[in-house]
Design a protein around this ligand. Structure first.
Ligand SMILES: [Zn+2]
Length: 450
């Protein structure tokens, strides 16, 4: 795979202190992108600064060279504006013409207690007796929509909002070092070395990089089509962990065949105190409540009618829709959520058709709402789910009905190929659908779009 010269490279040195629930972070991001540099600023989306008392910025410095975190003397202080969840780093003139620029951020993250409040950035960051979960923990470089695109020539800002995922990730390469007490393990994808409490990770072509720090969780492992799948769970939740592994064993080959290759060498599943499930690149977290509630079925045919298994399938789908193909999760959340939830239907109808009614029961009577709504339109998780998840799945199922299953699979493959490692925008997806459906698309738009 050729390295895209403009793919951002993140490097992190993190010191994690589980006793004080605090991360201290030195973050360096190297960017070779004349379009963004010429704007005279570099913009980051900082969801942690949307929460009270979580993010404390200490220093921002620049270097006109690749990663230089250690060579602090080569870095110059930069002028910044941090307002709500948007960080703007002003560039001196020399930086706007640089071939490569490194922005180095020093900051502390005070993790809040883990919450159950709903689909929110808060549930992607927190501490509990299981350990620390760092999901939305770092300033994410904002994508820049080039002027040639409709509505282009602007930074893609995703202000913090308490409902949904107020973030957009472009594909980037990650190099992460986490220092933690030797009593704890650091759980993340791409481990290259672990010695005396210093854990090193490398994950290329990723969207979000997440990690957990725990002294309570143990690992159960399975190999699925050459992918190392590990579930990190409480020892007493071993049966649930086996069910999660089986969910991956069943769904992963199905998705590989329908969508394309799984993008990483491994997949981690982490038990956490949180609401529901959450996706990151090669890592997914799930509520301890689902692990605790898991009951093995009385017969093998009963497997699958369970929330942990169902949402393992959902978050696995995100490895393609969010992961391989990215999108603006704040303004166009229906793109990834609708296809991830479509994957649930696809899984049940293909492998466990007897459970389709169980799957559909909680949403059967929900009204269909316009799906093309940003997270900012919603003040509660329930209505957000009805629009971006439930109604959007209905949209994709109607698309499949109109195209026929074989043509729909072809469409999904084309969508994946065309937008692999990129951000797909709603207008482009609709243009692709217009190619396949013609005027029939208008009928769907009148039902599902505002
Ligand atoms: Zn989802």
């Amino acid at each position: 795979m050729p390295v895209a010269p403009d793919r951002p490279r993140y490097r992190f040195d993190v010191t994690a202190d589980p006793a004080t629930h605090r991360l201290h972070v030195r973050q360096a991001i190297a960017l070779a992108d004349p379009v963004r540099l010429q704007t005279g600023e570099i913009v980051f989306n900082v969801p942690t600064n949307g929460m009270t008392g979580v993010f404390a910025l200490e220093a921002v410095r620049l270097a006109l060279s690749p990663l230089q975190t250690e060579a602090a003397d080569l870095l110059q202080p930069a002028a910044v504006l941090l307002e709500d969840s948007t960080l703007r780093v002003r560039l001196p003139t020399a930086a706007t013409r640089a071939a490569i620029l490194t922005v180095c951020l020093d900051y502390a993250v005070h993790l809040p207690p883990a919450g159950h409040e709903g689909i929110s950035a808060i549930h992607a960051l927190g501490w509990s007796e299981l350990g620390m979960i760092a999901g939305y923990w770092y300033p994410v470089l904002a994508p820049y929509v080039a002027a040639a695109t409709r509505g282009g020539g602007r930074w893609l800002i995703t202000p913090y909002h308490p409902v949904g995922d107020p973030i957009v990730y472009e594909t980037a390469d990650y190099e992460v070092t986490v220092r933690a007490p030797t009593s704890h393990q650091v759980i993340a994808a791409g481990l290259t070395d672990a010695q005396q409490g210093v854990w090193r990770f490398r994950l290329d072509r990723a969207r979000g990089f997440a990690f957990a720090v725990s002294d309570r969780l143990m690992a159960s492992q399975a190999d699925v089509q050459g992918i190392s799948v590990r579930v990190y769970h409480l020892p007493e939740h071993d049966v649930a962990a086996q069910a999660a592994l089986r969910g991956v064993q069943e769904a992963l080959p199905l998705f590989v065949q329908a969508y394309g290759p799984y993008p990483y060498a491994e997949l981690l599943i982490v038990e956490a105190v949180q609401f529901g499930g959450m996706e990151y690149s090669a890592l997914m977290t799930f509520s301890r409540d689902w692990f605790a509630a898991y009951q093995p079925p009385s017969s093998d045919a009963g497997f699958g009618a369970d929330l942990l298994v169902r949402f393992v399938v959902h978050e696995l789908g995100h490895q393609w829709w969010y992961g391989v193909v990215g999108n603006d999760q704040a303004h166009e959340p229906w793109l990834d959520e609708g296809l991830a939830r479509y994957g649930e239907v696809f899984y049940y109808e293909t492998l466990h058709p007897a459970h389709l009614a169980w799957w559909e029961a909680p949403s059967r009577d929900m009204p269909t709402l316009p799906i093309n709504q940003p997270i900012y339109h919603f003040s509660d998780t329930t209505t957000y789910v009805q629009a971006a998840y439930v109604s959007s799945t209905r949209f994709w199922l109607d698309v499949r009905r109109l195209m026929g299953p074989a043509a729909f699979t072809g469409f999904v493959q084309t969508y994946r190929e065309r937008y692999q490692d990129r951000l797909a925008h709603e207008a482009e997806v609709l243009a692709l659908l217009r190619d396949r459906l013609g005027p029939a698309l208008d009928r769907l738009l009148s039902v599902y779009f505002r």
